[in-house]
Design a protein around this ligand. Structure first.
Ligand code: CU
Length: 174
């Protein structure tokens, strides 16, 4: 009898362990799915350019600027150039870069635009190259979509939807 109850206890323990493990896997899977869903923007094609992973970040009330991020793949044998953009949510859209100046991180506008070399991928991401929405008309709210029109020297105008992530989002999952 003692052996049996020990066995039963052992079975119970392993069963609950299996359940815990299963529940754990399930929640991990769900979290992953949600992230993918939240960042779901179908890649946008414009000529030989493919734009994907477009997002921005929630801003605090009163904020006057917001960043914009997107990955641009140039499948062409010729370089293109991102020269600017526009959005209904801000007065203007500039192309910026962040660079270390000694020990200070500085941001500056790329007045000549940003070259997208032939056959290469250029990633605009927090801490580096980015779009800057200047003169925000209202705060960007997490979960919203922000329409932005980018302008390229060769590919012309491309419309994008930036998914608004959390204020500290570094990408939209994928
Ligand atoms: Cu900037």
């Amino acid at each position: 009898m003692k052996t049996l109850s020990t066995l039963a206890a052992a079975l119970l323990v392993s069963a609950s362990f299996a359940l815990t493990a299963a529940a754990h896997d399930h929640s991990a899977m769900q979290a992953g799915t949600e992230m993918t869903d939240a960042g779901a923007m179908e890649p946008v094609k414009a000529g030989d350019l493919t734009l994907s992973d477009a997002f921005t970040r929630a801003t605090l009330p009163g904020a006057k600027v917001g960043g914009g991020y997107v990955t641009i793949v140039n499948g062409s044998k010729e370089a293109d150039r991102l020269i600017g953009g526009s959005t209904p949510v801000a007065e203007r859209v500039e192309v910026h870069e962040m660079k270390m100046d000694g020990s200070v991180m500085k941001m500056r506008q790329l007045k000549e635009g940003l070259e997208i070399p032939a056959g290469e991928t250029v990633k605009l991401a927090p801490g580096g190259l980015h779009l800057m929405m200047m003169g925000l008309k209202s705060p960007l709210k997490e979960g919203d979509m922000v329409p932005v029109t980018l302008e390229f020297a060769k590919a012309g105008k491309v419309e994008l939807q930036l998914m608004v992530g959390a204020a500290n989002a570094t990408d939209m999952g994928h």
